[in-house]
Design a protein around this ligand. Sequence first.
Ligand code: FES
Length: 128
Amino acid sequence: MMELRPDSAASWGGRPAEPGAVAPEPSEVRVKLSELPDGLAVRVEGGQHGICVARVGRDVYALVDRCSHQRWPLSDGEVSASDLTVECTKHGSTFSLRDGSPSCLPATRPVQVYQTRVEGDEVVVTVQ
Ligand code: FES
């Protein structure tokens, strides 16, 4: 698993939520496009649980880096460019890169997906 640090000072990742805390405002995490190998998943710090960023050709997808089954990091998993999924290496569930939905057991709940856009040579992930 590759791990990248965000360039953005606006990142709020890694902080645990406190009881009664108000959800933070959306923030942006920036990653150099050149640091995202085509067809692989990369962990980027951001959000509450890290971000799994996957590049497939010219498209870049971002999901919470935590499987909905038993919280395994999805950035450890293999990306399928044909199915647009990432596989959890712990028990084999696959998740859509587009909407986070699981396509096979044991996971039954989707994972959160984040919006991405490319600005020049950077990918901007909007984390909510
Ligand atoms: S932890 Fe991901 S499928 Fe079980």
